[in-house]
Design a protein around this ligand. Sequence first.
Ligand SMILES: O=C(O)CCC(=O)C(=O)O
Ligand SMILES: [Fe+2]
Length: 309
Amino acid sequence: MSLESQVKLPVIEFSDENLKPGSSAWASACTDVRRALEECGCFEAKFEKMPRQVRDAAFAGAEELFGLPTEVKLRNTNDKPGFHYFGQFEFMPLYESLAVENPTSFDATSNFTRLMWPDGNDRFRESAQSFSEPVTELDRIVARMLFESYGVGHYYDYYSKNTCYLLRYFGYREPMPDQTNAGILPHTDKTFFSILHQGDIGGLMVKMKDGRWVDVPASPTSFVVMAGDALMIWSNDRIQSCYHQVIMKEKKRRYSLGIFSFVNGTIHIPEELVDETHPIRYKSFDNFELLKFFSSKQKMPLIKDFCGI
Ligand SMILES: O=C(O)CCC(=O)C(=O)O
Ligand SMILES: [Fe+2]
């Protein structure tokens, strides 16, 4: 085994014991979350609240969704930049994804389902919402723990009221002989948090601070929590957004599900996170303007060109 594959992500367990705010187990989980994000930009969350049948139904839904004709998938449009179908890229021929905005809502999941299946598909609709509920809950737990650990617990109220969630389904074809096995090229997300959950086929890799790429094993009980660029800016660079990519190592189709959080309204860098060793690096910004800025550029711009000081 090479040294590279021995590096592992930090693992944090979220169980009944440490989910009680105010308990000592909660306080130590708050510190673990902050340390993992500051040191690695991501961690593996073991989260018991996802029932096995809900997870399996969500992946069965993914398989059905990617089985639809491309022209149907292309109906997945949205006024928000980047909240739509992606695929058919020459430089990433294996990758496709579809997005459901506000996936914990009955109406939003119904609208998406009707768009894909005009005759209805209740099983799919229900699976999308039931999967999203516990994962958005995990997002809020992680956010609250991080804010408390930074001494800005009051920010949680604003976050929970103003966060907009996106459920994204990822599908990757198996590479043909002589075709690239790059599923998705290295990038950071424009989110506050991204929580990814792989199906049975792994392939996700995350980059550590020392430049090493680490495999994220697929597991039915693991969720990868990653810092997005919006969190990096909000944290005044105490946390770096997580570089990640997908390499298709197995000759099989791969599915993955992601819950992405975006904060509505102007995000200010908390004064508590600014001090002599962390002078202010960014101006206040809008998460959707950040998305727009990146989607409008041909060449990958730098965050500092968007809101750096
Ligand atoms: O397929 C995955 O697990 C990750 C996809 C991803 O990183 C993205 O589209 O932002
Ligand atoms: Fe990503």
